[in-house]
Ligand binder design. Structure first.
Ligand code: BT5
Length: 232
């Protein structure tokens, strides 16, 4: 089902995979020199980590957020199966262990005549976490005290993702959201949410069908957040 291409070093796997044509082309790099996160932030991608991107042609390109949620659930399951480690999903695009980030997902799309989406997954497996990120980031080998098998993890992750992607193309959005909620680290927490134009403090009470995070603030009003960073 997947066409996997391995590279020693790339700028960003998200950029490289866009050069392929077939749906389910996958690009894996040992090192990324220009790995990126949301809002053009830098993503540290040293040797040993798991850096990959999947090229997709989803039936409903308007539901990109569900691709991110599907990837997060797939990663959570793969980490459990292949490494025996429990992690949780954090709104909107992370996998965390305790308060530390294990994995980040960057979903991008192209419109016009070429409708496609790219799901980029960055997971700290055996890479060294740079000093400036140590407070907020963690790797699987940090926890296990030994290296994990990246190839096994990739296979597991892609298989899990395929199941959820089928649900997505069947428009079973609610199934994906329910699975995500079961693994959520965010819901029920007192949070600070930083968006482009405001900061909200309150309780994260739910995620709606558009995958917006619903925050109940001090005066009991409900705010819906489309994008941003959640701190707690
Ligand atoms: C993300 O962005 O979490 C999405 C990361 C996606 C990376 C993958 S790797 C394969 C593919 N190719 C790419 O070029 N990208 C994708 P965001 O939520 O914006 O988080 C970015 C923030 O996470 C940074 O500003 C840092 O604070 C932090 N960070 C950077 N590198 C990290 C790492 N390796 N582990 C944990 N946190 C990191």
């Amino acid at each position: 089902m997947y066409y996997i291409h391995y590279f020693k070093k790339l700028g960003s796997t998200n950029d490289r995979v866009k050069k392929f044509k077939k749906e389910c082309s996958v690009v894996v790099a040992e090192i990324q020199t220009k790995g990126r996160g949301r809002f053009k932030r830098k993503w540290s991608s040293g040797k040993g980590g798991l850096w990959l991107s999947i090229l997709l042609k989803p039936k409903n390109i308007g539901k990109l957020g569900y691709l991110t949620f599907s990837a997060a659930v797939a990663c959570q399951r793969a980490v459990k199966k292949a490494a025996g480690i429990e992690s949780k999903v954090k709104w909107p695009n992370d996998l965390v262990i305790g308060k530390k980030k294990l994995c980040g997902i960057l979903t991008e799309s192209g419109f016009g005549t070429k409708k496609f989406a790219v799901v980029g997954i960055g997971m700290n497996t055996n890479n060294k976490i740079p000093e400036n990120l140590k407070e907020n980031a963690i790797s699987l080998s940090n926890i296990l005290g030994k290296e994990v098998n990246n190839k096994e993890l990739i296979n597991c992750l892609l298989n899990e993702f395929e199941l959820l992607y089928k649900k997505l193309n069947n428009r079973e959005y609610n199934f994906i959201l329910k699975e995500w909620k079961k693994l959520s680290d965010t819901l029920g927490r007192d949070v600070k949410v930083i968006t482009r134009n405001k900061v909200l403090i309150g309780k994260a009470i739910d995620v709606d069908d558009d995958l917006r995070l619903i925050i109940k603030t001090a005066n009991n009003t409900l705010d819906k957040v489309t994008e941003g960073d959640v701190l707690y």
